[in-house]
Design a protein. Structure first.
Length: 235
C-alpha cells in the first residue's frame, strides 16, 4: 500500500515548519556590510535582499520537525539549491533519501527507495510562504509578510518575525535568524495553527553567479510509479 501519509507529512514538514548556527558556520563577510550594526528593520531586510540578489545559492541544512499534539520530533538533513524566481531543489540524504524539486510551475517529490515520484502544481503548494519559496526570491518577504524585529536574539544575530498577509492554518508565523556578520539567513523556524514547529539550520551557504536550470527539473526514470498530488486528497 502507498505510504502516502508519511510522504505527505515529510513534504508538509518542509512546507510548514532548525539551534542557532555558530559563527564558524557562516559565509564570508560581504564587502557592503555597514560598520554600525544598530540597523532598522528596513535596513536589515534591504541588506538581506542585496546579499541574495545573485542568481542562486546552495546550502546544507539540518531540519527538526515537531508535531505538538503527538509529541513527535523528527530530524532530517541534506543539501538545498535555490534560484530566482521560484526554483528549488531539496535533496534529503538522511534519514531517508528523497528529493523535492520545483521549477516554479511543477512540483516533483521523488522517493527512490520506494520507486515513486509524486507530481503536483507548485503554486498551490507554496502559497503564503509555504515551502520557504521566499528563499528563491527574498523580495517576496516584503510583499507577502508583515515584518517585525524581535527584541531578544542570540548575540551576533537578528531575529525577524514574519506574519503572512494571506492568513492560513498552515503557517501562522515564521522566524528568520540573520547573521549580523554576513546577512545570511542561517535559521528559519515556522509554526502552524496547531503549534507544530519546524526549524531549518543552514550552513556552508554558497552564493552562485550562475546555477544550472537543469537542477530544478526532474526527468522521471523509467519504471517509476507516478502519483499525482492533486488526486491524493482523500487518501
Amino acid at each position: 500500500m502507498i505510504r502516502f501519509d508519511k510522504i505527505l507529512f515529510l513534504f508538509l514538514a518542509l512546507c510548514f515548519f532548525g539551534q542557532i548556527a555558530s559563527a564558524d558556520r557562516l559565509s564570508s563577510k560581504p564587502a557592503s556590510m555597514p560598520d554600525d550594526l544598530s540597523l532598522s528593520l528596513v535596513e536589515i531586510i534591504t541588506h538581506v535582499e542585496a546579499r541574495y540578489s545573485v542568481s542562486g545559492f546552495s546550502a546544507q541544512f539540518f531540519q527538526t520537525s515537531t508535531i505538538k499534539a503527538m509529541d513527535i520530533t523528527d530530524t532530517a538533513s541534506g543539501t538545498a539549491y535555490f534560484k530566482r524566481p521560484g526554483k528549488m531543489r531539496w535533496k534529503y540524504e538522511a534519514p531517508e533519501r528523497q528529493m523535492i524539486i520545483t521549477d516554479g510551475n511543477t512540483l516533483w517529490i521523488y522517493r527512490p527507495d520506494d520507486n515513486q515520484v509524486m507530481i503536483g502544481k507548485a503554486p498551490s503548494f507554496f502559497k503564503g510562504g509555504k515551502g520557504f519559496s521566499f528563499l528563491s526570491d527574498m523580495k517576496e518577504i516584503r510583499q507577502k509578510f508583515k515584518m517585525s524585529l524581535e527584541k531578544e536574539g542570540s548575540e551576533g544575530f537578528w531575529v525577524l518575525k514574519l506574519l503572512p498577509k494571506e492568513k492560513t492554518v498552515d503557517i501562522v508565523k515564521i522566524f528568520l535568524t540573520i547573521s549580523k556578520a554576513t546577512f545570511d539567513v542561517v535559521e528559519i523556524a515556522t509554526y502552524n495553527s496547531y503549534g507544530d514547529q519546524t526549524r531549518f539550520v543552514f550552513s556552508h551557504i554558497q552564493f552562485k553567479k550562475k546555477i544550472d536550470d537543469s537542477l530544478f527539473h526532474f526527468n522521471i526514470p523509467k519504471g517509476v510509479e507516478v502519483l499525482h498530488l492533486d488526486e491524493q486528497g482523500d487518501m
